[in-house]
Design a binder for this molecule. Structure first.
Ligand code: AMP
Length: 210
């Protein structure tokens, strides 16, 4: 968990290579549906572009389907779900049905001005989803993906007014659920300032002690 742009996706990718579990990012799944023009994609495109939340009902269907797939049997790293109280209940129910217990919840935190800078400088590859940062992790050739050579783009929801709205929604709907996880002794708060590698070190440490 953590504010939009705090680095959840980057850290989840580090963890995936360390643990071998799939990285289940609901944002990535939705963006892929939009790119592919599926009926789900057509339904959610406007919501994603404006930084609003997709309905809990739709997200519930999506997560039930994804966590039921065979690669998630041994474990998975959830990124971007749950984001509302209702989604916490949905996740609890899905996990119970699958006979899996939640190991822990990592909450990444950083200063808002640092996060805004990260978001405004974020560039993504629309083809292979690689993520770059114009200052901290620039592509080798400007504007071109290192991995597949496609032209990099800015996410439509990474513009200042939409970022502010996403922060507001996070504070109103998502942050309160972190408190619920704290009460269940599942929450581990991590300082997500600094380089991705330094943050990954703190994440690893937190996992060893939790
Ligand atoms: P993210 O990549 O996690 O920042 O997600 C991008 C966008 O996808 C969000 O701004 C929402 O529009 C949508 N989204 C992703 N995960 C969820 C979720 N758990 N609940 C509702 N909407 C979501």
């Amino acid at each position: 968990m953590g504010m939009p742009g705090v680095g959840k996706g980057t850290q989840a990718a580090f963890l995936r290579s360390g643990l071998g579990w799939p990285h289940v990012s609901t944002g990535d799944i939705l963006r892929q549906a939009v790119r592919e023009g599926t009926s789900l994609g057509r339904r959610v495109k406007g919501t994603l572009d404006s930084g609003q939340l997709v309905s809990d009902e739709l997200m519930g269907e999506l997560i039930v389907e994804r966590l039921g797939q065979s690669d998630a049997r041994e474990g998975f790293i959830l990124d971007g779900f749950p984001r509302t109280k209702e989604q916490v209940a949905i996740l609890d129910a899905v996990l119970e049905r699958l006979g899996i217990s939640l190991d822990g919840v990592l909450l990444l935190t950083a200063r808002e001005d640092e996060i805004v800078r990260r978001l405004l400088n974020r560039r993504v590859c629309p083809k292979c989803q690689a993520v770059f940062h114009l200052e901290n992790h620039p592509p080798e050739s400007p504007g071109v993906c290192d991995d597949c050579g496609s032209a990099l783009v800015q996410r439509p929801d990474d513009t200042e007014p939409v970022i502010r709205d996403r922060f507001r929604i996070y504070a109103e709907q998502t942050l309160p659920i972190a408190e619920g996880y704290r009460e269940r002794s599942l929450l581990n708060e991590i300082d997500a300032s600094g380089t991705p590698e330094a943050i990954a070190g703190r994440v690893r440490e937190a996992l060893q002690t939790s």
